[in-house]
Ligand binder design. Structure first.
Ligand SMILES: CC(=O)N[C@H]1[C@@H](OP(=O)(O)OP(=O)(O)OC[C@H]2O[C@@H](n3ccc(=O)[nH]c3=O)[C@H](O)[C@@H]2O)O[C@H](CO)[C@@H](O)[C@@H]1O
Ligand SMILES: C=C(OP(=O)(O)O)C(=O)O
Length: 429
């Protein structure tokens, strides 16, 4: 069993080049199926989800080539199947984007239910509602669902809740549909805007992405094109927090600071000093971290994906902090693990109350999902003694080269392999 071992190393210091956004990349890779010519994406991180997409591509005829400089070239001209292996679809969350894209291109798709991080209910009813509103028939099977439409037509869609995934999927389904689609109560996340920018570059007609009302006029054909993925605001936010939790100084480079507005505001509120330029943010740790109230909500609110790492930081704050989840009310699997490190946190429904200021102690802890892993990693950087984190594969979904990047800031951490029999564990990276 692999785990990450973290030793105390004091203040982190340095600069991190932020890679392209995982969540945006997952949408753009599937969206590439909609094109009628070759598409090149720059900045796609190479993580397990992308490896699964490469496999899916191989099986359906979407040729995906990664160049030495990191660019990914996708050739959708020879896609011969709209059937996605259910196991692959269920091995990550954003496989649902293949449903929208292949339905729009081929009028049918058979696909497994989405997987991804397991932190309670993650329905796809809004995605289904979109497909049905546009004239598709959806059949639910044991391992997945089949969607088909003789012809997809534009529709007026009012989302029942703000959802980034279903807003993007609706755009994918609508760009080649017949007629006009309006999306109301749409998500305004940077990933929605990035997907719209990409599709527009291919010739799609989309107006209003980034507002609550998006208008899409279907086109019969989409060109190839080139697009650079937006920087990963969640990785950037995690590194800024690492300055706070160790009292160090960390700069995240190649970011879009506006995407981190609510995060920056909260970090300032708890006492960090933040300096921002066009594409860089520097966080300076504070002698005293102040407690705060966080309410994780949809963009531009405080990101649910940063709620978990932020909780680790608030454990350092002397006094009472309150963290409420309004997006995924059960996204608290990190709390019992933080308690194992000595944190005093009470959990009631979707609210965690933290009584902070006590030093954390290293321990064995388990990362149940990607951001729980980030939270425990930050906690480990601040803890007294050795912290060992299992469930590393979750963390790796969102943070490529997690060891290298934190080491470059002065952290002491390694991948370890636990011996099957009693004996010595060994360093593996
Ligand atoms: C791969 C990816 O991009 N994942 C992100 C995406 O997940 P995901 O696409 O799952 O999240 P959504 O934005 O769709 O979810 C937002 C809210 O809408 C609800 N909902 C969603 C769809 C639906 O059909 N019905 C419904 O009720 C969800 O339960 C949640 O309460 O956005 C989340 C919210 O920012 C992030 O935490 C995830 O990192
Ligand atoms: C929840 C996340 O990912 P996914 O939606 O892919 O499970 C995340 O990136 O924090």
């Amino acid at each position: 069993m692999r785990y990450i071992q973290i030793e105390p190393a004091g203040k982190l210091q340095g600069v991190i080049q932020v890679p392209g956004s995982k969540n945006s990349s997952l949408a753009l890779l599937a969206a590439s199926c909609l094109a009628d010519d070759i598409v090149t994406l720059e900045g796609v991180p190479y993580n397990e989800d992308v490896r699964v997409i490469k496999q899916i591509g191989k099986e359906i005829g979407l040729k995906l080539t990664r160049h030495g400089d990191g660019r990914i070239e996708l050739d959708p001209r020879y896609i011969h199947s709209a059937v996605i292996d259910p196991g692959r679809a269920s091995s990550y969350r954003a496989s649902y984007y293949f449903a929208g894209a292949l339905l729009a291109k081929f009028g049918q798709v058979t696909i497994g239910y989405p997987g991804g991080d397991n932190f309670g209910s993650r329905p796809i009813d809004q995605h289904i509602k979109v497909f049905q509103a546009m004239g598709a028939k959806v059949v639910f099977q044991e391992e997945g669902y089949r969607v088909e439409a003789a012809e997809l037509h534009g529709a007026d869609i009012y989302f029942d809740t703000i959802t980034c995934g279903a807003t993007i999927n609706a755009m994918l389904a609508a760009v080649r549909a017949k007629g006009r689609t309006h999306l109301y109560h749409a998500a305004v996340d940077p990933e929605v805007v990035d997907t719209a920018a990409f599709l527009s570059q291919l010739g799609a007609k989309i107006v209003g992405a980034g507002t609550g009302r998006i208008r899409i006029d279907g086109v019969p054909y989409l060109n190839g094109g080139y697009h650079t993925v937006i920087p990963d605001r969640l990785i950037a936010g995690t590194f800024l927090m690492s300055a706070g939790i160790t009292g160090g100084q960390v700069t995240v480079d190649q970011v879009i600071p506006e995407h981190l507005g609510s995060c920056i505001a909260k970090l300032k509120e708890i006492g960090l000093t933040i300096e921002t330029t066009d594409s860089r943010i520097t966080a300076y740790g504070a002698d005293t971290i102040k407690p705060a109230r966080i309410r994780a909500s949809m963009y531009p609110g405080f990101a649910t994906d940063l709620q978990q790492p932020m909780t680790a930081l608030l454990v350092m704050a002397k006094g009472k902090s309150v963290v409420t989840e309004s997006v995924f009310p059960d996204r608290f699997n990190h709390i019992p693990q933080l308690r194992r490190m000595g944190a005093d946190i009470e959990l009631r429904k979707e609210t965690a109350t933290i009584r902070g200021g006590r030093p954390l102690q290293g321990n064995w802890v388990h990362a149940t999902d990607v951001r729980a892993g980030a939270c425990l990693l930050l906690a480990g950087l601040a803890a007294e003694g050795t912290t060992r984190i299992t469930g590393v594969e979750h963390l790796e979904r969102g943070y490529a080269d997690v060891i290298g990047s934190f080491r470059s800031l002065g952290a002491q951490l390694s991948f370890m392999e636990q011996a099957a029999e009693a004996g010595f564990d060994s360093h593996i990276g």
